[in-house]
Design a protein around this ligand. Structure first.
Ligand code: ADP
Ligand code: MG
Length: 707
């Protein structure tokens, strides 16, 4: 029989530190609570998870003679000389020595009393960062105290943590609060439950939660600082692993919850899909066929499909989406096709109408700009089920849009929407007990690191083949001082009957200034290329005008299209063969790849000119070089990720889900491979730990339910 004190079923229940507000600590009143709030600290658990950024070694006294510039060290020595120097600034210099060497302490702010106290022969203990001085090494404004000869002063027992601080709450204050939290962690009345099974940790040589936290707040003197500061110590890896696992599990849970819903089984009879594929002017690539089969198989299941189709720019995702939509229509259900921008949605609408009207299928069109009578008609067509397919922007998911029998939701270029929005959309598509299938398409390849965390709820298909006959886009990087040559290039290309894009950069923060800059560029180019038909398209234009310009460009009635980044995604004009991007150094690589993807869509040799404004930084040169060397979106995304980190790659809208407290997707990549296996173990063998684990790291509210 176990001792009753260690039997968890009988032991008095300890309070979870996750539920203990910081305000229960000493010296935490409303003002302090507010400062802690700024550091995202609300509970004692948060405080314990507030890990040091770095450490100082104050555990030993370093001989002055062995100091090197850059060291942060404790030294002890006797004052040899104290003097005030009058240079450009008045300053106090105090030289100390310990027999092994001497060191200068330099103060720009000091009091007379301070100077008086630093008499020759006084013993001082100092701490600070050592740097090169004049005659000796020096420390500017060291922390220092007097040491009495007969009263030896102890050194620190642990490495000294340096925490992320905030105004009104600096290191000393944080250390005192964390000391209190650690005391609670040591007490039997409080606990931070361990949710990871011991065997699982032991096998990986990782410490327990409590042990990890104690270690990281109080590392023993012999700890290797370098490993710790790189975040690669087992204690740090253990916490990062737990955090990543919590995120992964949270996505898995969403998926499981979704699987419990029922979806319409969309058995097609091939009536539309066959005809559609036959009348296409090309044969599907084998990658399109394979992905098509994967989708078709999902659609006949009674649980909602959650599939992400990744395919590089121009790989032909739209056709694959259309086939999926037709399968839904054959099964007497509706499909909704949503795109992130008006322009792209319109283009889909035009394609779908052109493809499907001959089959006798009505396609409805809805965007925020559709008002009045046209809107009513569209809503009626969708609501009555007369329109089997609805294409639009996110306006498709507003309250008043009511689908008669929605079976499939297709979201294009989903990276523009963000994870929360995507998950919210899934909810909005729900009609009664029936959850529609969801197909997500993206040309921004999701690096594996992100897929493991932000997209763990999705199945993934990859269209890893471009349609035949495409010649890779030749890319050059050119200084804007050679603008005239570039203009000649346009003259030449358009003179040959081809078309060009000129993308204006993002110099201005505000959209209206950006559009103004684009207008000026268009005017200049019109003056220089007066034989060409030049038009402008930007985000501030009326939808009708934009549509008209795009339509004219598509028809070949315009030679040169000057545009802001509104054309970034999806726009498809095969005759366009030259793309000029101004101030390319300001764009992200994935975005440049998207823009470049607007050319090289036909059989003509296409080129892309990345124009930069000198001087070009080393980093920028390296980044543009990547684009010049590679036409492979996956490769580019991978290298972009290396250079800029995940938040940047997917755009700020995605960062919500990527803000980890401890984990770092870059640094902790090796842990990601473990997540699916670990998640499986927890879900099967320790299901009771899953919810609390998610709650610990993602909080109560974070259910991705709302936009
Ligand atoms: P993306 O994957 O970037 O969305 P699109 O669906 O816009 O690409 O397709 C790009 C172009 O390639 C379109 O003009 C489309 O009609 C064409 N296309 C799609 N599939 C094929 C194919 N198998 N063979 C030839 N052209 C194709
Ligand atoms: Mg597309």
């Amino acid at each position: 029989m176990a001792n009753s004190r260690t039997d968890p079923t009988i032991a008095p229940v300890a309070t979870d530190l996750a539920r203990l507000p910081v305000t229960t600590l000493r010296n935490v009143g409303p003002r302090m609570a507010e400062r802690l709030e700024r550091l995202a600290i609300g509970t004692v658990q948060d405080l314990l998870f507030h890990l040091p950024l770095r450490y100082q070694d104050r555990t030993r006294i370093v001989p002055i003679g062995s100091l090197r510039p850059g060291d942060q060290a404790v030294v002890e020595g006797e004052v040899q000389l104290t003097e005030i120097k009058f240079g450009r600034r008045r300053m106090l210099l105090c030289r100390i020595g310990d027999g092994s060497g001497s060191l200068t302490l330099r103060f720009f702010h000091f009091s007379n009393a301070q100077k008086e106290a630093l008499v020759r022969g006084t013993r001082l203990r100092c701490f600070g960062e050592v740097r090169k001085g004049g005659a000796t090494l020096e420390i500017i404004h060291p922390e220092y105290s007097r040491v009495e000869q007969d009263k030896p002063q102890p050194v620190e027992e642990y490495l000294t943590p340096v925490y992320p601080a905030t105004e009104g709450l600096q290191q000393a204050g944080l250390r005192r609060l964390i000391d209190q939290a650690i005391k609670l962690l040591d007490s039997t009345h409080y606990a931070l439950p361990e949710w990871l099974p011991e065997t699982l940790l032991a096998r990986r040589g990782l410490p327990g939660l409590r042990e990890s936290l104690l270690f990281l707040h109080r590392p023993p003197p012999e700890t290797a600082l370098e490993q710790l500061e790189q975040g690669r110590h087992p204690a740090q890896r253990r916490l990062a692993l737990e955090e990543l696992l919590a995120h992964h599990l949270s996505m898995r849970q969403l998926r499981l919850a979704s699987n419990r819903h029922s979806a319409p089984t969309l058995h097609g009879n091939g009536r539309y899909t066959k005809t559609f594929v036959q009348q296409l002017p090309f044969a599907l690539t084998s990658a399109q066929q394979r992905v098509g089969r994967e989708i078709a198989r999902d659609l006949v299941q009674a649980e909602p499909m959650q599939r992400l189709v990744q395919g590089d720019v121009g790989s032909g995702k739209t056709v694959v989406a259309a086939i999926a939509a037709l399968q839904a229509v054959e099964a007497s259900y509706q499909a909704a096709v949503m795109a992130p921008t008006e322009l792209l949605a319109e283009q889909h609408y035009r394609n779908f109408s052109r493809w499907l009207k001959p089959l006798g299928i009505e396609v409805a069109w809805l965007s925020g700009r559709i008002k009045g009578k046209r809107r009513e008609t569209a809503l009626e067509a969708i609501g009555s089920g007369r329109a089997a397919i609805a294409v639009g922007t996110h306006a498709l998911f507003q309250e008043e849009v009511d689908f008669a029998r929605l079976g499939l939701v297709i979201v294009d270029e989903q990276h523009r929407f963000g994870v929360h929005q995507r998950l919210a959309l899934r909810e909005k598509g729900v009609q009664g007990a029936i959850h529609p299938h969801q197909l997500i398409m993206t040309a921004t390849p999701i690096p594996r690191t992100l897929a493991m965390t932000a997209y763990a709820d999705l199945d993934v298909s990859v269209i890893d083949e471009l349609p035949p006959g495409r010649t890779p886009v030749e890319t050059v990087v050119v200084s804007d001082q050679r603008r005239d040559e570039i203009i000649e290039r346009i003259r030449h290309a358009c003179g040959d009957g081809r078309q060009s894009y000129w993308v204006c950069s993002l110099i201005e923060e505000s959209e209206s200034l950006q559009c103004q800059a684009a207008e000026e560029t268009a005017q200049q180019l019109t003056a220089q290329l007066d034989e060409l038909r030049i038009a402008l398209v930007h985000g501030r234009m009326k939808a009708d005008d934009k549509e008209q310009v795009m339509g004219a460009f598509k028809n070949g009635d315009i030679d040169l299209l000057v545009a802001t980044t509104v054309i970034e995604v999806g726009v498809d004009v095969p005759n366009a063969s030259l793309m000029i991007i101004e101030n390319a150094e300001r764009f992200g690589l994935a975005q440049l790849h998207q823009l470049r993807g607007r050319v090289g869509r036909g059989a003509t040799r296409s080129s892309c000119v990345l124009m930069y404004h000198p001087p070009l930084s080393e980093q920028a040169r390296a980044r543009l070089g990547i684009l010049r060397e590679s036409n492979d979106g996956f490769e580019i995304a991978r290298r972009d990720l290396e250079l800029r980190g995940p938040g940047e790659v997917l755009g700020t809208r995605q960062t919500g889900v990527l803000q980890f407290r401890i984990a770092d997707l870059q640094r902790d990549q090796a842990l990601l491979d473990e997540l699916p296996g670990l998640a499986e173990i927890l879900l099967c063998d320790h299901p009771e730990t899953v919810e609390p684990l998610i709650r610990r790291w993602l909080g109560e509210g974070q259910r991705y339910g709302s936009v």
